[in-house]
Write a protein that binds this ligand. Structure first.
Ligand code: NAD
Length: 459
């Protein structure tokens, strides 16, 4: 089956490579010549563990990358995986989707039936919008010559290959019988793990052989579009909830680590997404919750739980700054070191992360800020060109004459850091670990004034 993936970002590059690995001739199309060149040179355009290796093995064999839409002519399935960022008012910007749809329409072959798949996260009704753009640009008839369906993506950056090869579920939104047949055939090898043993030699990640096979769930297009937003908003609510519980634990002297553990033992609740942090952030949850909320308002059915989760999350970012302030009193003229600029470890994605909000608040209060991240500094700098922070290549440089260090992202590199040396650099050994991640007993013994989030006075 000939596959095309439009967009070679965090979703497109992984999806395209996965289908190529599974044996489908796959062309990744991106307007960004740099990304295309990188893929053609056998390198990943994003930082994702194991992806380089799989691209290197498939490029020129089953994987192709180009800036031209010509491959759409020969395609059985065209995935749209371009960005859907937020506009100022929180609603989604569909301009990349519309532009991709127009280009698909211009190249769509009249001689074959093509399934166009919205893989990007898009609001309910977008398949209809994409359909009319393609009809207009191609002069072809929807449902006869082509159809537009939804197949939302649930991968997590940092675990993208594992999630793509071993997903919990594959959601296919279409009522078109031919499209359903095409998509079942396309996903067959993945669902049945055909040749996975052979493929496993290439996998550098810990693959999940014992996990149950993915559930293949067919529904109508609007429900599939809704499943993605409803899922992301639900996860955001869950994090906001445990973060609020953490704040209460702190006030009452309970330990949120044990509270979350005890809650998670209930299979109705589950242990995932009960990890405390300085709040959810990144390239998906903020924009998806904002769009979902706006849509609910437009249709007179405001999602008040999601609204509360968004507000609670803003408070959580602020809570971190307040906590520092409580300890260090004035932040004016103080030096603060930040560890972690990405919204989670194992990715270079520094879009809309909690770090940018927290750092801005610290700077507004007069603090000097130094930052470190193992992979995210380049993107963070590009996205925040005017932010007056000092970028440090080494962890210990962040701590130089610092009055406090805040860990925002739980990179394993920070577990392995030389904490004795870091302490030696600091003016005052205050360490705020917003992920309750570091070996606190050892750090306290070393002389750190250690604080976590939601762990009361136990330490
Ligand atoms: P991204 O910004 O990393 O990648 C988008 C790519 O599309 C860019 O490389 C850009 O150059 C390219 N592009 C834009 N317009 C184009 C056009 N007309 N033709 C060809 N290429 C074009 O975005 P992403 O993080 O991969 O996200 C893509 C979509 O997937 C979004 O809707 C996002 O919400 C959703 N999603 C993302 C994740 C994630 O973890 N990043 C997970 C699930 C779903």
């Amino acid at each position: 089956m000939n596959v095309v993936c439009i967009g070679s970002g965090y979703v497109g590059s992984v999806t395209g490579t996965a289908f190529a690995v599974l044996g489908h001739p796959t062309t990744v199309i991106d307007l960004d010549q740099n990304k295309v060149d990188q893929i053609n040179a056998g390198a990943s355009p994003i930082y994702e563990l194991g992806l380089d290796e799989l691209i290197r093995k498939t490029i020129g064999k089953t994987l192709f990358a180009t800036t031209s839409y010509k491959a759409v002519r020969e395609a059985d399935v065209v995935f749209i995986g371009v960005g859907t960022p937020s506009r100022e008012d929180g609603t989604v910007d569909l301009s990349y989707i519309k532009s991709a749809a127009r280009s698909i329409g211009e190249y769509l072959s009249p001689d074959r039936f093509t399934v166009v798949v919205d893989k990007s996260t898009v609001p309910v009704g977008t398949a209809d919008l994409v359909t009319s753009i393609i009809e207009e640009a191609s002069g072809q008839t929807a449902e006869e010559d082509f159809t537009v369906i939804s197949n939302p993506e649930f991968l997590r950056e940092g675990y993208a290959l594992e999630d793509v090869f071993f997903p919990d579920r594959v959601v296919i939104g279409t009522s078109h019988p031919r499209a359903r047949k095409v998509m079942r055939e396309l996903y067959h090898n993945l669902l049945e793990r055909v040749n996975y043993e052979e493929l496993s030699k290439d996998f550098t990640f810990a693959y999940n052989w014992n996990s149950p096979k993915a559930t293949y769930f067919e529904t109508d297009v609007k429900s599939a579009e809704m499943i993605k937003y409803a899922s992301n908003a639900f996860l955001a609510v869950k994090i906001s909830y445990i973060n609020e519980v953490a704040r209460l634990c702190e006030a009452l002297g309970a330990n949120v680590l044990d509270v979350a553990k005890g809650m998670g033992m209930d299979s109705r609740i589950g242990e995932k997404f009960l990890q405390v942090s300085s709040g959810w952030s990144g390239s998906c949850f903020p924009k998806d919750t904002a769009e979902f909320l706006e849509t609910s308002r437009k249709y007179g059915s405001e999602l008040s739980v999601v609204k509360a989760a968004v507000q609670s999350n803003e408070k959580m970012h602020h809570f971190v700054v307040e906590k520092m302030q409580r300890h260090l009193k004035t932040l004016n003229g103080k030096t603060v070191g930040i560890l972690g600029l990405t919204f989670k470890p194992n990715t270079d994605d520094a879009r809309k992360t909690q770090a940018s909000t927290i750092i801005r608040q610290l700077i507004d209060l007069g603090a000097n800020v130094r930052v470190h991240d193992p992979k995210g500094m380049e993107m963070f700098r590009e996205l925040n060109p005017k932010l007056p922070v000092g970028y440090c290549d080494r962890v210990e440089d962040v701590a130089r004459r610092a009055d406090g260090v805040v860990l925002l992202t739980h990179w394993k590199e920070y577990l392995q850091a030389d904490w004795k040396r870091i302490q030696g650099e600091m003016r005052y050994p205050y360490l705020l670990d917003t992920r309750n991640f570091l070996p606190h007993k050892m750090l306290v013994e070393m002389g750190y004034i250690y604080e976590g989030l939601g762990i009361g006075k136990e330490l």
